[in-house]
Design a protein around this ligand. Structure first.
Ligand code: M6R
Length: 613
């Protein structure tokens, strides 16, 4: 993981770097550091969050118009000051920031030790700093040449930036497997970052680096890009689409809450131009050329991690239900190390908010090697997954900053729903009248989400009552089972309460043993064909003195009579319930976490995009 920022230009580097780190803190917050070149190369770093670094440098010289900075999510070495980036090389003339993992670092380190190099940290990154110094020394070459030679000896993943006292007008950056974007401002200003959020306030013109590319940034010269095989490439400059407001909290206490409340908009944005109920149209431009491939697929394999995996589970029910195409849902991390049976007639759909998840990327590569068509559903435009797939559809949820995914989930479900509806239309698996009915109902979903958001009271009351619970169980059946899993994940990741999601009917095969007077059990018990069965499960919990919190359809009387608390959601088609029912569960997790004093936007040990295995 980790976030990197760098600046080279005519302005003071430090304010740009530190503000950039604050924006990237969602990527890791174990330690932070900055290196600034002003005659001498100075490195300052601290354990903990970016604010600690900011305090630490108050009385230091942070002048200079070229620098690099880093916020870390620890992989090699514990989160302490020594292991924080930037890392100097041994002669302190070179410094480097790095996001990724150098897999052969141990071998390289031994070789360098044999040549007299010493190390101050346990990191793989310091090995790279010394390797570059060693190459410069042995080959008497420029920084750019040294980085190129060094990277040809490295196995692993990286987004890195190198600065050298000997070349005070340049930065060298490189990417393989970890994200990196370069902003090109006026006045010969260059900005580098893990994503575009630190750059957008300075320029909208960006270049997304590709794997195995090196960027050479020099004051007064245009950006140069080479491959690590030393071939020149022409930088492809794109214009960023999102604006600065999307990155601010907009009056909300946390990004997570803001993002929960953005869902009517993010779902509308994901539907816009793609679903037109009156005309009977649902069409996703990005996959039009692959529609026949999907329709005739042997099977669809959906791959993802975490919340995105839950969205895939909803997708599985939708595709099978509507389009009668068999679907398998796989954890990308498992899929990549099995020997999965995939043929050229299979279609893989990779779902990812960040578009940078390492396991999902590796699973995509495997699927491509086996000849499958691979489509992406990503939120971040230009991300690695969106580029690694043959085609795909963006979710248009806008930047999601809170580590716990909320609006990205509902946007993913929205896009998968549209895909399934389109396939059903093409295959003729549902009658036209039913298809039209579903399009109209789907179009009404953003308004219904708004109604769910406006009804706030109960979630807060429930949070107050159960904030000290040590365990929660979330139960649902059919389309509501993935909702239960997602509700449990939200609670555990931001409040640190143990929570499990289960198919409601599976409760009797084990989890029922957990139920006692201290156990809150959240049921998603909306009106559908298995409603009565879920009601029986609720009775089973009540009979054992469990506490029942139920998400029900507006007007429900039966569950209201049984449950300790109910939260109503508007009536909708069963297949669209995840888009509504997940929202009170996001809010419940949010309020509990706030009441427990947890850092909602930056939960411990987590990072927004997991670019390591
Ligand atoms: O960016 P991705 O959707 O690929 O990320 C996958 C998971 O890491 C992510 O959903 C994670 O589980 C979130 N913290 C969930 O809130």
């Amino acid at each position: 993981m980790c976030g990197i920022v760098a600046y080279l230009g005519s302005k003071d580097a430090y304010p740009i770097l530190i503000n950039g780190l604050y924006k990237l803190e969602y990527r890791g917050y174990d330690s932070a550091g900055v290196a600034i070149l002003d005659k001498e190369l100075s490195v300052y770093k601290t354990k903990g969050k970016v604010s600690k670094l900011d305090q630490f440098v108050e009385d230091k010289n942070t002048g200079g118009s070229i620098g690099i900075a880093h916020t870390r999510w620890a992989t090699h070495g514990e989160p302490n000051t020594e292991n924080a980036h930037p890392h100097y090389s041994m002669n302190k003339k070179i410094a480097i920031i790095h996001n990724g993992i150098i897999e052969n670092y141990a071998t390289l380190k031994e070789e360098l030790k044999g040549r007299g190099y010493t190390f101050n940290s346990e990191t793989d990154t310091e090995v790279l700093a010394n390797l570059i110094e060693d190459v410069m020394h042995n080959e008497s070459c420029s920084l750019q040449e040294a980085v190129l030679i060094a990277l040809n000896q490295v196995v692993g993943a990286y987004a890195l930036v190198v600065i050298s006292e000997g070349e005070p007008d340049s930065l060298i950056a490189a990417r393989k497997g970890s994200p990196m974007v370069i902003g090109i401002g006026g006045d010969d200003d260059f900005f580098i970052a893990s994503d575009a959020t630190p750059i957008i306030e300075y320029t909208k013109n960006v270049v997304y680096m590709n794997d195995e590319e090196i960027a050479i940034l020099k004051k007064g010269e245009p950006l140069k890009i080479k491959t690590i095989a030393n071939k020149d490439k022409t930088p492809y400059v794109q214009e960023l689409e999102f604006n600065l407001n999307a990155l601010e909290k907009g009056g909300f206490e946390h990004f997570m809450l803001k993002e929960i409340y953005e869902q009517p908009t993010s779902i509308r944005d994901s539907l816009r131009g793609r679903l037109r109920a009156k005309e009977g149209v649902v069409s996703l431009g990005g996959i039009v050329d692959y529609e026949q491939k999907i329709v005739h697929a042997n099977k669809i394999i959906m791959i993802a991690c975490g919340t995105s995996w839950h969205a895939c589970l909803v997708g599985e029910y939708l595709f099978e239900d509507l389009a009668r195409i068999p679907v398998e849902v796989e954890y990308a991390s498992e899929f990549r190390y099995r020997n999965p049976i995939i043929t050229e007639n299979d279609v893989v759909i990779a779902v990812s908010q960040s578009g940078e998840t390492a396991d999902t990327l590796a699973a995509i590569e495997l699927a491509k090697e086996k000849g499958a068509t691979v489509l992406g559903v990503c939120n971040v435009v230009g991300s690695s997954i969106s580029r690694a797939t043959h085609a795909g559809s963006y979710t248009h949820a806008g930047p999601e900053i809170g580590v716990a995914s909320t609006k990205a989930f509902t946007a993913q479900v929205t896009v998968l729903t549209m895909m399934a509806l389109r396939m059903a239309q093409l295959k003729g698996t549902i009658p036209t009248s039913r298809f039209m009915q579903l399009l109209h109902e789907m179009e009404a979903i953003p308004d219904k989400v708004e109604a769910v958001l406006n009804d706030d009271g109960v979630a807060k009351q429930i949070a107050e009552k159960y904030q000290q619970a040590t365990n929660f169980l979330y139960l649902g059946r059919g389309y509501n089972f993935p909702v239960a899993l997602e509700g449990a994940l939200k609670l555990k990741e931001i409040s640190y309460i143990h929570a499990e999601g289960y198919p409601a009917a599976e409760m009797k095969h084990g989890p029922i043993a957990l139920i006692d007077k201290d156990m809150p059990v959240v049921f998603i018990a909306t009106n559908n064909v298995i409603y009565e069965k879920v009601v029986s499960n609720i009775q089973e919990v009540k009979a054992r003195n469990g506490n029942v919190i139920a998400i029900v359809t507006q007007g429900d009387k039966v569950v209201r009579g049984l449950a300790d608390y109910v939260i109503e959601i508007p009536a909708t088609e069963d297949m669209f319930v995840p888009l509504l029912a997940s929202i009170p569960l996001q809010k419940l997790a949010y309020y509990i976490a706030v009441m427990r004093g947890c850092n909602v936007d930056q939960p411990r040990n987590l990072a927004k995009s997991v670019t390591v295995e």
